[in-house]
Design a protein around this ligand. Structure first.
Ligand SMILES: Nc1ncnc2c1ncn2[C@@H]1O[C@H](COP(=O)(O)OP(=O)(O)O)[C@@H](O)[C@H]1O
Ligand SMILES: [Mg+2]
Length: 268
């Protein structure tokens, strides 16, 4: 089964998730150390204007997003709900810089994505944006510790292995550092993926149905962990889910249908 909305596209979500996880400290002052209360007031982290996305060639061209306007402030937790095929993963791909819109503009942490080249965008995303997908996308030949540390090492971050160990311990895997993915349960593999996304301390964490491959109890534990890390690190959390109970835990719930926002409980 494909990762909805992303897997069919030319770029590899695995590589992109790993590149995104590679990070240098954010130059935007988004270190959790700067935000002891877990938020920083009115700082806008996502500013999307009239985003549209059309994919495919005529006559099979599909209008997937039909004009999305969205502002998200630092420290918010946002749930994105909507039926399958409504464009949730596509919107996340645009907001996280994994994909370019057909029209409109998106700024994240003050960076105007559409003004950046692919290389500039890749660098700009490092340390600002973490991504967790339904599939874990761990590298099978690397231990848990290496899966978290190596992307940071490749990005030239300081003390990648110490940071990786710290983050793996925070997600409850301090006793599994040298295990390979095949030696870990699904829930444990998703914890490694979460640690990989969070270790660079991103300002923004996107999660696309992060519990979709897990049983109910394991999924609930993973969501508890995501919310705990969101609270502890002050990371803005943007989570795509089908689960109304999970959405209810978020400070804000946005519903998408047929490529449009149809409700947003934070809308003015
Ligand atoms: N590469 C593609 N080309 C054409 N249509 C696509 C492509 N990828 C996804 N779609 C279509 O875009 C719509 C939205 O997909 P997606 O963003 O994955 O929705 P969701 O995550 O809400 O299930 C779906 O109708 C899907 O079939
Ligand atoms: Mg999807």
């Amino acid at each position: 089964m494909r990762q909805p909305g992303i897997g069919q596209r030319p770029s590899s979500p695995c590589i992109r998730a790993i590149v995104t996880a590679s990070a240098s400290p954010s130059p935007t002052g988004t270190s959790p150390d700067d935000r002891p209360d877990g938020s920083s007031g009115d700082t806008i982290v996502i500013d999307a204007r009239n985003l549209t996305l059309a994919l495919g060639r005529p006559p099979a061209r599909t209008q997937i997003l039909r004009g999305i306007d969205l502002t998200v402030r630092q420290g918010e937790s946002v749930a994105l709900l909507g039926p399958s095929g409504s464009g949730k993963s596509s919107l996340m791909a645009l907001l996280s810089g994994m994909e370019r819109p057909t029209g409109g503009s998106v700024s994240v942490a003050g960076l105007e994505f559409d003004r950046l080249s692919e290389d500039q965008l890749a660098i700009a995303r490092r340390g600002r944006i973490g991504i967790i997908l339904q599939a874990f996308h761990l590298l099978p030949t690397m231990t848990a510790l290496e899966n978290v540390a190596v992307p940071m090492e490749l990005a030239g971050m300081a003390k990648p292995f110490a940071r990786a160990e710290e983050e793996l311990t925070a997600v409850g895997l301090g006793h599994r550092l040298t295990h390979y993915p095949s030696q870990l349960s699904g829930g444990e593999q998703q914890r490694v993926a979460i640690a990989r996304a969070l270790a660079p301390r991103p300002a923004l964490l996107f999660a696309d149905e992060p519990t979709g491959n897990l049983d109910g109890a394991t999924g609930a534990a993973i969501m508890d962990l995501l919310f705990a890390r969101h609270a502890a690190a002050g990371t803005t959390l943007f989570v795509i889910t089908h689960d109304p109970a999970l959405a209810a835990r978020c400070g804000r719930v946005i519903a998408l249908a047929d490529g449009r926002i149809v409700s947003d409980n934070a809308a003015a």
